[in-house]
Design a protein around this ligand. Structure first.
Ligand code: FES
Length: 353
């Protein structure tokens, strides 16, 4: 089960005028807990102007690099990203949750796969982890990365990617800019619409790849997903990291219908049971559990990060939205507690499962 530890900031590197990468020092006794898979993320607890906030950021390193490093792009008005870009210093200590996330696949040295990656803006962060992992573990696999940005200056890790692509024949890099400063082929200019995504895939012979990974702003992800579906790519081959981009969709989905049940909720965490009453139309199970004194894990509260995942051992709940759990996890009884409301008079939720 994921938990927070105090970690010291050991390095901050400016990647672009609007983005930094931050590395944390993990004491030897905590290193087993911070082992991660490619494409995973960590959640940071930050205190900004006296307010405690939590923000999740993808790791940009590969597991074999043994470094816990995230990249954070400053978002206008974004409390966490502005604080990290402008105020965080080497030597500061932050509460850092152990790594989570399912934006990955199992790598095997004998694989000869073709991976297609679509990244937009800071969506490149988990892709860096994936690219370096695949190149390290699967020497016979190939990667095509489509990386969309406003222009050359706003592209995080551009130089590192260009060096990697120049030295690694298995990596093909296709840069796409909304408004490039230099001359670019027409196909690589403009927003990644559905038609543009299809054209890019066809031009690089990526219709029959083994796995596809998409991470970036909401419209880009939706356009690429629909383009791949229209190109008859099987759903199971497509991995999407929905971070931060679908919160509005959660709001729209949050209207509950049906009967209002007055339930008795039992929450298990660290083996300790806590009980409290909750109505279907009341708080989410996560919020009610926190009010009842449970140290329940959460980050986005928007159905995307999966930090609040727990298993329903008894009863039924309804989730307003789910962009994080797989169909199999849902079948096995896992829910996002930040989205869950009781449908039966007794519900038992296990955070330790
Ligand atoms: S807190 Fe992120 S999915 Fe629930």
């Amino acid at each position: 089960m994921a938990r927070f530890h105090q970690l010291r900031v050991k390095d901050i590197k400016r990647e672009t005028p609007e983005a930094v990468s931050v590395a944390f020092e993990v004491p030897p006794q905590q290193q087993p807990e911070y082992l991660f898979k490619m494409g995973q993320y960590i959640t940071l607890k930050l205190t900004v102007n006296g307010e405690e906030i939590r923000r999740s950021y993808s790791l940009c390193t590969a597991p074999h690099e043994m470094e816990l490093r995230v990249a954070v792009k400053e978002v206008q008005g974004g409390k966490g990203s502005v604080f990290i870009n402008r105020n965080l210093k080497v030597g500061d200590t932050l509460e850092v949750m152990t790594p989570m996330g399912t934006f990955n696949t199992v790598l095997k040295g004998a694989n000869k796969k073709h991976y297609v990656l679509f990244a937009g803006g800071s969506g490149i962060t988990p892709m860096m982890s994936i690219i370096k992992s695949v190149l390290y573990v699967e020497k016979q696999s190939t990667i095509t990365l489509f990386y969309a940005n406003k222009n050359e200056d706003s592209s995080i890790f551009k130089t590192e990617l260009e060096h990697l692509a120049a030295s690694q024949p298995n990596l093909k890099l296709v840069l796409v800019y909304d408004a490039p400063k230099a001359q670019m082929p027409e196909l690589q200019c403009g927003l990644v619409t559905k038609e543009k995504a299809k054209a890019l895939v066809k031009a690089s012979a990526c219709e029959k790849a083994d796995e596809y990974f998409i991470c970036g702003p909401g419209p880009l992800m939706e356009n690429v997903k629909v383009a791949l579906e229209e190109l008859k790519v099987a759903k199971e081959k497509i991995h999407i990291e929905y971070f931060t981009s679908v919160i509005e969709a959660v709001d729209k989905a949050s209207e509950l219908s049906g009967a209002n049940v007055k339930a008795k909720i039992k929450v298990i965490q660290y083996g300790i049971e806590t009980e409290f009453p909750l109505e279907t139309t009341g708080l989410s199970i996560l919020e009610a559990a926190i009010e009842a004194g449970v140290d329940a894990p959460f980050s986005c509260k928007g159905a995307v990060c999966c930090t609040c995942r727990a298993k329903v051992l008894e009863g039924k709940v309804k989730m307003n939205a789910n962009f994080a759990l797989t169909d199999q996890e849902v079948e096995e009884g896992f829910v996002l507690t930040c989205q869950s409301h009781p449908l039966t008079e007794t519900v038992t939720i296990d955070y330790d499962a």
